[in-house]
Design a protein. Structure first.
Length: 318
């Protein structure tokens, strides 16, 4: 029994070993890598994409995908800025305007994701196609809201949500940890989480066993879109503006982190903990190459090769 457990542990820990090796290399090759300031900077940088990645893990395990999360981040930031400016112009206090704008952005994100899920289960349109369309729609909508220029209606305190510290820890990193704990609990210890695995593994068998497959797919799509909106709010707080050009390519980084963490694109298999490792791996990889003054062009090459290598090793050991 203990031998079987040891083998299972070894397979599940392959990415931890790769991550440890990467950190060991950077400790010698990248000056200042292990400084407190740099590690906190890595935490801040991975937090917003990581928040989305936890939701994306649920989506991919269920057998779906969302390609619109990068555009959703930009749109949420722009919508928050636009609503704040519009509500404040009516005479409502700036604080109340920001709070209502944030709520409006979160609800809009949830609704967009739920609509993607509804189109999937009602009309059979793959979420790959639906969210690809949403990517374009949300990008264009963000440009329309801002007129192509950043909107900056936020009060100074708003910056805390994206650039502030709580007990010496970046606030986005605290939100990142909370979302990790919540999604880890949901996927690992609840009936709902088991339903997501069942739907991704075999939707027909899940339906026959009494699971509401349609509801599962709609909810997970809504959740990842809502988390993207949350990341968009924090991103706008960090730069203190709503800008349509932010978060370009985030969807690829998010999906890469999920796959590196061991989640199968075929659905039905994956762990939130694995995604955490994938997110941190990518963040440390980018940070280390930057500290080593590696050309941005070479960074793309190295990043792609290492991501592919990590995925192949991880899949070979499952």
């Amino acid at each position: 029994m203990w031998i079987a457990k040891a083998v299972t542990w070894g397979k599940s820990s392959i990415m931890e070993l790769i991550l440890f090796a990467l950190c060991a290399i950077l400790a010698f090759e990248a000056d200042g890598f292990f400084s407190v300031d740099n590690l906190l900077n890595v935490l801040r940088n991975v937090s917003m994409q990581g928040i989305i990645a936890f939701g994306m893990t649920m989506v991919i395990i269920s057998g779906e995908i969302d390609l619109s999360v990068g555009s959703a981040v930009a749109f949420a930031g722009c919508l928050t800025a636009y609503l704040t400016e519009s509500l404040a112009a009516t005479g409502l206090g700036l604080g109340a305007s920001v709070a209502l704008a944030m709520l409006g952005s979160l609800l809009t994100g949830f609704a967009v994701g739920a609509l993607s899920g509804f189109i999937r289960v009602r009309f059979g349109v793959p979420t790959f196609i639906t969210t690809l369309a949403w990517m374009t729609v949300l990008t264009g909508s963000a440009q329309l809201l801002t007129g192509g220029f950043p909107l900056m209606p936020f009060p100074e305190w708003y910056n805390f949500l994206g650039g502030g510290y709580l007990l010496g820890i970046p606030f986005p990193a605290i939100v990142f940890a909370l979302v990790f704990l919540l999604t880890h609990f949901l996927m690992g210890y609840t009936t709902w989480g088991r339903s997501i695995y069942a739907v991704g593994g075999n939707a027909e068998a899940a339906r026959l066993s009494g699971i509401d497959v349609a509801r599962v797919k709609v909810v997970v799509m809504a959740v990842v879109a809502c988390l993207a909106a949350l990341a968009g709010i924090m991103q706008s707080a960090e730069i203190m503006s709503g800008a349509a050009t932010t978060a370009k390519g985030w969807e690829l980084d998010v999906i890469a982190a999920v796959i590196i963490g061991g989640t199968s694109l075929m659905g039905g298999e994956g762990k939130i903990r694995g995604t955490l490792i994938g997110v941190v791996f990518l963040g440390i990889l980018v940070n280390g190459m930057t500290l080593m003054n590696i050309s941005e062009y070479w960074q793309h090459v190295v990043r792609g090769v290492l991501i592919l290598s990590a995925v192949l090793v991880n899949r070979a050991n499952q």
